[in-house]
Design a protein around this ligand. Structure first.
Ligand SMILES: [Cu+2]
Length: 374
């Protein structure tokens, strides 16, 4: 008994001292060639109008999800859902957020980068990379199929809970309405030395450039690209031709789709993919489908994507916050009972827990309960 306690104590101290924390500035100019990246599939607005995004997954046009009419059997108690409606957590849009709210979010992300990895997501070298590794591991299960939006909503929520629990983050989550910076991402305050650092244009060879200013200047990443894990710098390569396509017209086009699967497809290959590639170029971190969460702007971008889903849901809330449709990566219909997993960072939950941001469902004692400020 006594020796097993000693062994356990030794293991804790070994993992605490051996697992490295985030390093900044230790590996300048570690840009990996674009042959080692596979960027996001995207369709232009005109192509989406012609239904090209639906062809990617072989979805028949104007198909209605049969599951769309299934009623939710609520798992939140009446008290939980009433408490949620009365006091949801509000996600504040970047342009409206105060400088201290913006800074609070960035400080919390830096805190996670400086915490040791759990050891549950090797080869993550810090707690932030645990979450990046989770995304890398789950990549093929949660992209290019109907699980995309629901899983990423739960992933965002999980990230928020980790910030709060492990880094004392107490401010509102910030989201970024990218349509407000359409065609000029690089001039957005998001990409300023005060916050997430610059969005440089690609270099003369078209390659991404290491980010050397802002809160994450010189950050060395250890997860990615793709399924590999090698040190490389936090890099970006702004493409304003792509960012210009992230606009109200594209959001509106997707929102006209009436079935969840067709809407989600439009969003995934439209503004979602465009935003990733507009920041990552051809070999910048945001363009790495597997490990793009390594760039902390991932969370702002995906909150924009989630916001668009919430907007679509609000157009027919009674149905769209209580139903789901489409096909998962295994070819099975996505249902309200399909299980979402975040690798044990938070409990596995059924889709029904997250399909409504105001469900109030208790997940590990914390209500799933938020809304966007517009
Ligand atoms: Cu993703």
């Amino acid at each position: 008994m006594r020796s097993s306690i000693l062994v356990a104590a030794a293991a804790v101290s070994v993992s605490g001292s051996v697992l490295p924390r985030a390093s900044f500035g230790g590996a300048p100019n570690l840009i990996l060639p674009d042959s080692e990246f596979r960027t996001f599939e995207i369709v232009s607005l005109d192509e989406a109008k012609a239904g090209k995004d639906l062809e990617i997954l072989g979805l028949p046009q104007s198909q209605n999800d049969t599951a769309d009419k299934v009623q939710l059997t609520a798992t939140a108690t009446t008290a939980e859902s009433e408490a949620c409606s009365a006091n949801p957590s509000i996600h504040v849009e970047w342009h409206r957020a105060s400088s201290s709210q913006r800074q609070g979010f960035i400080d919390a992300v830096k805190c996670l980068l400086n915490k040791p990895a759990s050891g549950n997501f090797p080869p993550a070298t810090n707690r932030y990379e645990d979450l990046v590794r989770l995304h890398q591991e789950f990549m093929s299960d949660v992209h290019r199929n109907a699980k995309f939006l629901v899983w990423h909503r739960y992933y965002l929520w999980t990230f928020e809970q980790v910030l709060r629990d492990e880094c004392g983050f107490a401010g509102p989550m910030v989201w970024w309405d990218e349509t407000l910076d359409s065609g000029r991402f690089g001039q957005s305050e998001v990409f300023s030395p005060s916050y997430f650092g610059s969005l440089p244009a690609p270099d003369q060879n078209g390659n991404a450039v290491c980010v050397n200013d802002g809160a994450f200047a010189g950050l060395v990443l250890n997860i990615g690209p793709q399924e590999s894990n090698r040190p490389h710098c936090l890099s970006r390569a702004g493409d304003e031709g792509l960012s210009a396509q992230i606009n109200d017209d594209y959001v509106d086009l997707c929102n006209e789709r009436t079935s969840f699967a067709e809407f989600a497809n439009c969003l995934e290959f439209g503004t979602h993919g465009l935003g990733h590639n507009a920041i990552g170029g051809r070999n910048g971190v945001m363009a790495d489908v597997w490990a793009s969460p390594s760039d902390p702007t991932f969370w702002l971008h995906h909150s924009f994507v989630d916001h668009t889903w919430e907007l679509w849901q609000s157009l027919d809330a009674a149905i769209r916050t209580q139903s789901i449709g489409g096909i998962d990566a295994n070819g099975n219909p996505l249902t309200l009972d399909t299980v979402l997993t975040v690798g044990g960072i938070r409990p596995d939950v059924p889709v029904r827990a997250v399909v409504n941001t105001l469900s109030g469902v208790s997940i590990g004692g914390v209500p799933f309960c938020f809304k966007y400020d517009s």
